[in-house]
Write a protein that binds this ligand. Structure first.
Ligand SMILES: Nc1ncnc2c1ncn2[C@@H]1O[C@H](COP(=O)(O)OP(=O)(O)OP(=O)(O)O)[C@@H](O)[C@H]1O
Length: 266
């Protein structure tokens, strides 16, 4: 992506479908979770294959973020099993840290380190966790900042960047760990409307490059365009899964029809 050339619309190119494989990268089986008496995840079964873009949609409070956060144990689960690249995700320990590093997370809040430059924000984990030397980490960081279109901001502090630019840096920072899977939890919800597309465009590029992605979002245009599969959640359950056209044009459940009619008329 060229410097600051992120298009303001994400129409035009078709999402790639040729990078899908049969290799299972994320698997949730019979996952259950409560917050006190609130039953937030009910028998969640989910599979994501290498190269697949899964978009999770559903009404507010349906458990989308919680499900997303269990995938690298940012939230504990009561029962069930989670596997990353075929390996059982443990509750703690070295193996958890190793498997966590396979999953890059981008949240609604970008959480950049305010007292570090953009370049330092991106080099920190490669130096500390991947034990790269400084020069190697800086080269990688500059490549990634270029890829998300903010390379000219490298020496600035986060507060000097717009929200959209900061979120693109957060994506570069997650990519610097060379994750096998990228997990996006409402990455554009905190952005001003004019900055939403610049972040969605970066995500669409990643999808087209074959990155395995799970995205929780309320951006239905993005969901239709980028997803290989849509998962619809309501009341802590996965009620429906399908290809974007099937889901948007022929939703099977009443809850999905209700959700779509509300969200698409706003
Ligand atoms: N840390 C927590 N403690 C207690 N309850 C929580 C906690 N986090 C979430 N909840 C509750 O769990 C339910 C599911 O929340 P979650 O954020 O996963 O939903 P969501 O589908 O992502 O919603 P939204 O689209 O509004 O972000 C909600 O009722 C929420 O209030």
């Amino acid at each position: 992506m060229k410097e600051e050339s992120v298009s303001s619309t994400h129409s035009g190119s078709e999402p790639r479908k040729d990078s899908l494989s049969n290799k299972l990268l994320v698997e949730l089986s019979h996952v259950e979770k409560h917050y006190g008496r609130l039953h937030v995840l009910k028998d969640i079964n989910l599979q994501v294959h290498q190269g697949e873009v899964l978009v999770v949609v559903g009404p507010s409070g349906s458990g989308k973020s919680t499900m997303c956060r269990t995938i690298n144990r940012l939230e504990s689960i009561d029962s069930g099993v989670i596997r990353i690249d075929g390996q059982l995700l443990p509750e703690e320990g070295k193996d958890l840290a190793r498997l966590r590093a396979e999953v890059g997370m981008v949240f609604q809040s970008f959480n950049l380190f305010a007292n570090k430059t953009i370049l330092e924000n991106v080099t920190l984990a490669p130096i500390k966790v991947r034990h790269m030397d400084k020069k190697e980490a800086e080269d990688l960081a500059m490549d990634l900042l270029t890829r998300v279109g903010v390379q000219s901001q490298a020496s600035k502090m986060p507060s000097q960047l717009s929200g959209g630019q900061q979120q693109r840096v957060a994506i570069a920072r997650a990519l610097a760990m060379k994750p096998k899977i990228m997990l996006f939890d409402e990455p554009t919800s905190a952005l001003d409307p004019e900055m939403v597309n610049e972040v969605l465009d970066v995500m669409i590029e990643l999808a087209q490059e074959g990155m395995t992605m799970i995205c929780v979002t309320h951006e239905m245009g993005f969901a239709r365009k980028a997803a290989d599969r849509i998962t619809f959640m309501a009341d802590g359950r996965i009620l429906e899964e399908g290809k974007p056209d099937e889901f948007f044009d022929h939703p099977k459940s009443e809850r999905a029809r209700e959700f779509l009619s509300k969200i698409l008329t706003h």
